[in-house]
Design a protein around this ligand. Sequence first.
Ligand code: MSP
Length: 506
Amino acid sequence: MPDPFYITTPIYYVNDVPHIGSVYTNVACDVMARFARLDGHEVKFLTGTDEHGQKVEKSAKDAGLSPQAFVDKISENFQSLIPLCKLSSDDFIRTTEERHIKGVLYLWNTLVEKGYIYLDSYKGWYSVRDEAFYGESEIKDGKAPTGAPVEWVEEPSYFFKLSAFQEKLLNYYENHPDFIGPVSRRNEVIQFVKSGLTDLSVSRTSFTWGIEVPNDPKHVIYVWLDALTNYLTALGYPEKTEDFKKFWPALHVVGKDILRFHTVYWPAFLMAADLPLPSRIFAHGFWTNEGQKMSKSLKNTIDPVALIETYGLDPVRYFLMREIPFGQDGNFSKAHLVGRLNGDLANDLGNLSQRVLSFIQKNAEGRIPSKGSLNQEDKDLMEMSSNLLSKIRPMILKDQELHRYIEEVWKVIAASNRYVDHQAPWALKKTDPERMETVLYVLCTALQKIGILLQPLLPDSSGKILDQLALPLDKRGFEDLETPLQTGVLLPPPSVIFPKFKEESV
Ligand code: MSP
């Protein structure tokens, strides 16, 4: 039995409606979670909302609502992404939930007991947008390195002895080369930690929307210490639950902007509390919109709901995962999305299944054909599709190279299309009907593997391909990749899986 697999998205700030960035991480994690399940792992896929802190408090005030009423409302928008994007998440955690607050207080008390928290006062820069403290040397032209505005803060504050973890963290990175991915991000983090860690302010007193510090209610716990703990509280921490024992540690997938919190602060908190560290933290890149940085003030954020309504869910999932190598930055362009929908999906994949299955309907009694003896070309295609799983498994579960997984499947789609052209079953129909059956059988087998392996990425359309192959629902797991199709099974009439997108229908 493969190891249990625990994967998390960041929990989203509820200061605003979801945008393409939120959908991006969600879909990427969903692809990995679905893949792991089909591959026999027991999976826990967690997402949720980050509901405390100054930023959320301010947004609630601007909206004229109490913070609680505001977060209840906005959190729903994020929960509605689950059916919209067909996310196979197993839990949705909100940091205002009792189960979470209880765990955060427990972690806080543990850090106090172990001597890692002390009271002092903070004097320095704070960015509400990033919910982050910045050192003097990081401020450029009066702004945070992220470009966010900063304000000068002077207030009593509890500190976490982050400086005590500099060497321990560096040793850990050294001994666990896969802890942070991609490698370029790992190097960045190592540089940052080598440049010196100062103690971290972990409480605020200038607002109240947060979890109160035990025995000192003037302070609320710093929103990042609160938020990061969600990965544990969703497993029932501090209770040593079955889930905790089974699933911790996790693979955390995050955007590159929140790398420092996940690879420096979070492991240090866990080390301080004597808890095992995450198995891996993978940071993906950022999307721009038609070449421009996306921001609320530029009014150019992309609404995922409208996007999915216009192009359909699977094309959007496909585009997000294929357009840019996972881990790198990239650009969102409608023209490219339409290009990929009409090219990769409609022409390559859709056309392959359509031409094979309609040909079978018309010329092979609409049944799974029979397999005669195989020539070298048949064997080559069969072998190519049979080798896919072992090739793509590490790409997804180990390296998070989701784009490479897709490229590998598309190589088989392209090879299958070339095979149809070359074998020309329409000509064989007259000259060698038996050979025609074999060619069609080989193609159905390729479609079976392509359909099964694309389920994590394209849950709807791959389901349709497999329906059209009359593959029973209990024969769609990876363990059935090599189960031969049964000659003679009646196939339903095929229908178009990816209709071409015409501009005027926008
Ligand atoms: N609340 C924190 C995370 C706490 S996790 C313990 C947070 N929330 S966020 O809502 O601001 O961001 C959520 C995710 O969206 C981050 O991983 C961020 O990188 C991602 N994205 C935000 N804008 C993005 C793009 N333009 N492109 C890709 N991802 C982006 O940070």
